[in-house]
Design a protein. Structure first.
Length: 319
């Protein structure tokens, strides 16, 4: 960063053309102008440069990868794209989601109000391909602790990366976004890593997260990779947080206590949901990975999970 660097960097790893004009336009119309917009074309076949050439704005910097990165490792493309940014704070934008005009203004106000926090999160609305909102996540306390954040991730908050504003130096200290297959859960776990001093929430809806046929969150393929990502996600949660809360049970907050009681159920529910989307004759291949990454399950519980993975109807109750 230099003296003339912008305070904020929107960084957009881009591949899809369908909604990119609307996504870029929502960034350029921010009421707080102190930002740059970095667009990194991941060797897209859809001529993104032609669409982007219609914008005449000096805050845009466009780069194109010599070969595709995200197809093999989406998080590698995220972290690669961040290297071009110059701001103190980064927003990893997407090529299909839409920001409210006051997204950056509100984030700036709240980050100034809580100067020790390293991460801000906007409240999110879910919209369809046409931009029509059909769901809004619950309102969170303005300053939220890490344990309440994790609890809320399993009780109403939506996953995603564009809603975060992150201190770039702190992100560098943890090695960038944590890599999971298909980036599935990479955003949530990285947010947890950066929330030691709390995470700041807006009470206003400042982002429309688009669910469409071209959105990875909507796609039903790559289920095995997403399942593997969830297994690793739960393993990291257990190793870094939950195992400590189990030991210090008398000192736990109400959220830590609830997480200790419920994390097995969350895992059970996730595993059965993904396993039942995988052809029956392929499910057994994933059992060794599940077994080796679940030290918090007894052998009896693992056997019960694997048995129910073969049932046609999903059952969540572990009893």
């Amino acid at each position: 960063m230099t003296q003339n660097s912008p305070k904020y960097s929107f960084v957009m790893p881009a591949y899809k053309a369908q909604f990119i004009h609307e996504a870029v336009d929502s960034i350029l119309k921010q009421t707080l102008p102190d930002f740059e917009l970095i667009i990194v074309d991941d060797d897209s076949p859809e001529q993104l440069d032609v669409i982007l050439s219609k914008f005449n704005d000096s805050r845009i910097r466009y780069y194109k990868n010599q070969q595709n990165i995200g197809g093999k490792d989406l998080v590698a493309q995220w972290n690669h794209s961040l290297k071009y940014s110059m701001g103190k704070w980064i927003i990893l934008a997407t090529d299909d989601d839409v920001y409210d005009l006051n997204f950056l203004k509100k984030a700036d106000e709240l980050l100034n109000k809580y100067p020790t926090s390293n991460i801000f999160r906007a409240r999110v609305a879910i919209c369809d391909a046409n931009g029509s909102v059909y769901a809004i996540e619950p309102c969170m306390p303005e300053r939220t602790t890490k344990d309440e954040l994790l609890y809320s991730m399993f009780n109403g908050l939506y996953g995603g990366v564009p809603q975060y504003v992150i201190n770039k130096n702190k992100l560098d200290e943890v090695g960038g976004f944590l890599s999971y297959p298909k980036a599935w859960g990479s955003d949530d776990y990285t947010a947890l890593l950066l929330s030691d001093n709390g995470i700041i929430f807006s009470d206003e809806v400042l982002l429309k997260f688009r669910m469409s046929s071209i959105n990875i969150s909507s796609q039903i393929y790559d289920v095995e990779e997403k399942l593997k990502a969830r297994i690793l996600y739960y393993k990291n949660l257990y190793d870094e947080l939950i195992s400590k809360w189990i030991i210090q049970v008398q000192e736990n907050t109400i959220y830590e206590s609830r997480i200790v009681k419920q994390y097995k159920m969350w895992f059970w529910k996730d595993m059965l949901m993904y396993l039942h989307m995988i052809p029956l004759n392929q499910r057994y291949k994933l059992f060794p990975m599940i077994a080796s990454n679940t030290p918090y399950f007894t052998l009896k519980e693992k056997r019960k999970l694997f048995f129910r993975a073969y049932l046609k109807k999903i059952r969540i109750n572990m009893a």
